[in-house]
Ligand binder design. Structure first.
Ligand SMILES: [Zn+2]
Length: 134
């Protein structure tokens, strides 16, 4: 089961997201969309070397790696590839734990080398600050 997701480049993330749209702000290194399962949750994906890689080809968006929403009840897991939602398997509790561990390890390794603050923090707090200002 595949469904389309349209790329929309923005400066700031809009307050309300529309279903089926992937908002990308390269300036703030963040992308956002509504969970495609229909639960209505906003999914924010920071972009960067330890986060998601965003590629645009012929106006179609690809995000890598897959998006695993284990922090919201639906726990949906999918890929955004060539402007389409490609559903993956559901997360199990074990995978969620392993995924978190792998993520922490990846961040640590990268930031140990670079010796600087994680980018995910600054991108997110800038984003949050912007909302507070509104
Ligand atoms: Zn959902």
């Amino acid at each position: 089961m595949k469904c389309k997701i349209t790329l929309q480049r923005v400066h700031y993330m809009p307050k309300e997201f529309e279903a089926g749209i992937l908002y990308v702000s390269e300036e703030f290194e963040v992308a956002g969309h509504l969970c495609p399962c229909g639960c209505g949750n906003k999914i924010i994906t920071p972009l960067g070397p330890t986060d998601w890689e965003f590629v645009e080809e012929d106006g179609k968006a690809t995000l890598d790696p897959s998006i695993g929403n284990w922090q919201i009840p639906c726990r949906s897991h999918y890929w955004i590839t060539d402007g389409e939602i490609d559903w993956s398997y559901q997360w199990t509790d074990k995978q969620i734990k392993e995924g978190r561990r792998a993520e922490e390890k990846r961040n640590r390794t990268y930031f140990d080398k670079r010796n600087r603050k994680p980018k995910i923090q600054s991108a997110l707090s800038r984003f949050v600050n912007w909302f507070r200002k509104k």
